[in-house]
Design a protein around this ligand. Structure first.
Ligand code: ADP
Ligand code: MG
Length: 334
């Protein structure tokens, strides 16, 4: 940030807010962290590297007035969620940070949130880049997978059950809450806020599913869209049953049933996992759910064909429009 005003140079920012001493919580696999031209990682011979990158743009991926701790936490959490969806063990991250000005308070709070997430996920910050411009945060994550394993989107097979972790639709409800469109009390509002700003990448679950699941993805764009990616990549179709979608207690009470299900199906930002398992492996999920302390709910199945079909409680196909559901017209009625 050579053209930046004030005493806080790029070097000082890195030193004060992002140095290895401040942020590194583990040294396993990392030979050299922040401070040189490159970081150096040494990988065990029986593992392969899983790499993913995500960008958050202010005003687009989070509200401009979001608190900096939350922004820092969320930036790492959404990136780490891709490691979870692959079944990878999280190891390290790099951070490309563009800030409008070297605002000490903002940087301290942002790096604090980022550090909290680092420690929680067991990762180290090993490098990055710092520039001046409109607020934008890019995080690359590095994880490890056993050589022959990995949860790919293309692994779903006809007959598999479709399972999701946790509850869906909360982050979408949070957005409505931010816009003042929800009638919630303060505890409910806080719950939804947490679900949006502090998503929990299902890292332990992903690793536990390595030898169990066939196809997997994290739900960043909504179940319907993301299950659609599994179906497309696997060359199969999928069915979801509306009445099986797992909804939180708060979502149940803060809106009507149709809206809640619609948000659960199409709302993004929940960062739960959606995966497919064979009927044979289904009984083994109870132990995984307990071990990972997370609800795992079968919501549908993989079928022959293409695309994702949504069925209501009566088994009727429903069309999902941007504003809600519509029953398909059958024989002229609907
Ligand atoms: P270069 O000019 O080689 O890109 P920089 O001066 O940008 O080097 O960065 C110096 C060191 O600080 C490098 O190790 C880089 O990875 C690290 N670094 C820069 N910005 C950040 C950041 N926001 N978070 C973590 N590490 C950073
Ligand atoms: Mg640089």
């Amino acid at each position: 940030m050579s053209e930046s005003p004030g005493p806080l140079t790029e070097f000082a920012i890195i030193e004060r807010f992002f140095s290895t001493a401040a942020l590194s919580t583990r040294t396993k696999f990392i030979e050299l962290g922040i401070g040189d031209d490159c970081a150096l990682m040494s990988l065990p011979p029986d593992r392969r590297l899983a790499v993913s990158i995500d960008t958050l743009v202010a005003g687009r991926h989070f509200p401009d007035d979001a608190n900096p701790e939350d922004v820092g936490y969320r930036a790492l959490a959404v990136a780490a969620s891709d490691l979870a969806a692959m079944g990878a063990e999280p190891v390290a991250a790099t951070l490309a940070l563009t800030v409008p000005s070297p605002d000490e308070q903002w940087l301290a709070r942002f790096s604090g949130g980022f550090r909290t997430a680092m420690e929680q996920f067991g990762m180290s910050l090993i490098g990055g880049d710092t520039t001046q411009g409109p607020l934008c945060i890019t995080v690359q994550v590095h994880g490890l997978l056993p050589r022959a394993q990995g949860l790919l989107r293309g692994g779903a097979r006809v007959g598999d059950r479709v399972v999701v972790s946790g509850t869906l639709g909360d982050a979408r409800a949070a957005l409505a809450g931010f816009r003042g469109q929800l009638d919630v009390d303060s505890a409910q509002y806080r719950y939804l806020q947490q679900r949006f700003y502090r998503p929990q990448p299902r890292l332990r679950l992903g690793q536990a599913l390595l030898s169990l699941a066939n196809g997997a993805i994290d739900i960043s764009d909504g179940l319907l869209a993301d299950l659609g990616h599994i179906a497309d990549r696997s060359g199969v179709g999928a069915r979801i049953y509306l009445d099986r979608l797992p909804l939180s207690d708060v979502l149940h009470v803060c809106t009507d049933a149709e809206q809640a299900r619609h948000w659960a199906l199409t709302g993004g930002d929940d960062y739960e996992l959606c995966f497919t398992v064979s009927e044979d492996n289904l009984p083994r999920l109870a132990a995984v759910a307990e071990q990972c302390d997370i609800a795992l709910t079968p919501v549908g199945e993989i079928v022959d064909g293409r695309g994702v079909q949504v069925l209501d409680a009566g088994g009727r196909a429903v069309a999902v429009a941007s504003y809600g559901f519509q029953h398909f017209a059958v024989d002229g009625s609907s």
